[in-house]
Write a new protein. Sequence first.
Length: 326
Amino acid sequence: MTMAEKMHSEITDNSAPVLIDHFVGQERIKRLVQTALEASWMDGMRLPHMLFTGPPGVGKTQLATILGKEMGVELQEQLAQNLAKVIDVHVFLLQAKDKSVLLIDELDQLPRLQQVTLYRALENGKIFINTGTKRKTTTIKLESFSLIACTNFSEFLLKPLRDRFKLTLPFDFYSGQELEVILKNRIKQLGWEMEKSIVPIIATRSRGTPRLGLKLLESTRRTARAEGAEVITTEHLNTTLEMEGIDNLSLTEQERKYLSIVTQHNNLVRLNVIATCMGQSSRGISRNLEPFLIRIGLLTKDPRNGCRMLTSKGIAHIKANPIAKE
């Protein structure tokens, strides 16, 4: 195999688990899903509709894909952003065959009218199409399908839609031990040579998220290969962390910039001010930067006015890890 062929093989990532028994972590969710699978097999019925919630990168889409394989059916997958019109929802649902598994990712991005269309379809097993002629409506019966939907923000879903899912399964962050298992499996499957001491370090820098751990693993290997090395070493990992601006608490440069802005405003600042200083949207910052800073105890919010404040830990960290001046 040429180097180009080897790299393509790694990028396509055939090392992801295809059986639920091989899926690492989320043990309570796995038990619930396995019970649903076994009941469906015994009764010859479709899976119940399921809503997977939780932070990004913790295996929601991966487990949904595995369920399609376990049911022996082709998984029909779509991003909610692509269902821009009601007719798009109709077309997607009409793809379903008996016991099909449909997956909608990032469901919170589905507009309200499309959410209504979707929950009516889940409730009635039908779609209702306005023909435009004297306000007549045509009803089309759908096949008996299973919908698995994934979202990072279930609070943005209409309550009637949330209620239509028989199982709502909240995914959580992974432990360091679980992340080590995932990393070791990936290394073994891809046949990479690596110093054993690297895996625990990457696991601690993964923020409880397999996607981030695997991304850092792949970045570290790129650093090693750029130097022509066959064995990935701790030096390659340290070089990668430095290049990507990841500090000892796994903070990125953008997160350190956020902390620095708060300190510059006397440790009491509104979100819209931070967003203006960073040139980003308030919603993007609240979704993408703040959750980890709050989770590890660097940031808090004033309950009276919502202003952002650093904890003593956050102040100490930004003093010890200042951002580079432009």
